[in-house]
Design a protein around this ligand. Structure first.
Ligand code: PEP
Length: 256
């Protein structure tokens, strides 16, 4: 198998200690197919609780903890920020970088996002790099230009060889939290474009990078989406807050 599949839960600013408990308990009975990783990304105040409960309950080793953001700086006067080293101390292995909510509400630029990816990689964390076009950009046929402009600064910053340790999440902005999902054909076509874009820089690396789809994935549409040749799992928002639904989504993923 060339590529593992990943299902990542983005709780955003939702959930509480009770959900940490319910999720870890629920995941104890999860059935995963071969070569699948599950990553739970709670809000940062709950990372520690999730790490402790996962350890005490001896959660399946295929289930990891992820953060929703990280600073590009190592340490210093950056009030409210969290460093890669702090995440490592909490057993965090993955970090979501460049989510569309951070790009739009917190004005994160592709250059800053590239610095964050670099910081994460240097610390041994796996970045889940989010890219995606807006509804207007899709309507005016700018999707490929937008995705290229989000990917290229990261390739320039870290080098394509390092993408072997990067996960990419394609999330059309118009599908996030809206209940509108890209059709499986549209998602596959876009994922194929992303893989070809990476392959222009390095074909061997491109084949190995897990490409996740995100945008209103749920228990009903996950199977068809994950069956597509270039869709290697998903980044799940709303549906990741409901344990039983999330487990169905995780069970639908398989390595390719
Ligand atoms: C997300 O937040 O990354 C996301 C895909 O959300 P949702 O699944 O709710 O659309």
């Amino acid at each position: 198998m060339a590529r593992r599949a990943i299902v990542a839960a983005n709780w955003k600013m939702n959930g509480d200690l009770a959900l940490v408990d319910t999720m870890v308990s629920g995941l104890l009975s999860i059935e995963l197919q071969e070569n699948v990783n599950v990553v739970i990304c709670p809000s940062s105040p709950y990372l520690s609780a999730f790490a402790v409960k996962s350890k005490v309950d001896e959660l399946n080793a295929a289930i990891s903890i992820g953060a929703q953001n990280v600073s590009e700086h190592k340490s210093g006067a950056f009030t409210g920020e969290i460093s890669t080293q702090m995440l490592q101390e909490l057993s965090v292995e993955f970090v979501i970088i460049g989510h569309s909510e951070r790009r739009s509400y917190y004005k994160e630029t592709s250059t800053q996002i590239a610095h964050k990816v670099s910081a994460a990689l240097n610390a041994g964390l796996t970045p889940i790099l989010c890219i995606g076009e807006s509804e207007a950009e899709r309507a005016t046929e700018q999707t490929k230009t937008v995705l290229s402009s989000q990917l290229q600064p990261v390739i320039d910053e870290v080098g394509i060889e390092k993408f072997i340790d990067v996960v990419i999440a394609y999330e059309p902005v118009w599908a996030i939290g809206t209940g509108k999902t890209a059709s499986s054909e549209m998602a596959q076509e876009t994922h194929q474009f992303i893989r070809h874009f990476l392959a222009q820089a390095n074909e061997i690396v491109a084949v190995k990078v897990p490409l996740l789809y995100g945008g209103s994935v749920n228990a009903s549409n996950c199977e068809e989406l994950f069956a597509q040749a270039d869709i290697d799992g998903g980044l799940i928002g709303g549906a990741s807050l409901q344990v039983e639904q999330f487990k169905i989504i995780c069970s639908a993923a398989k390595g390719k």
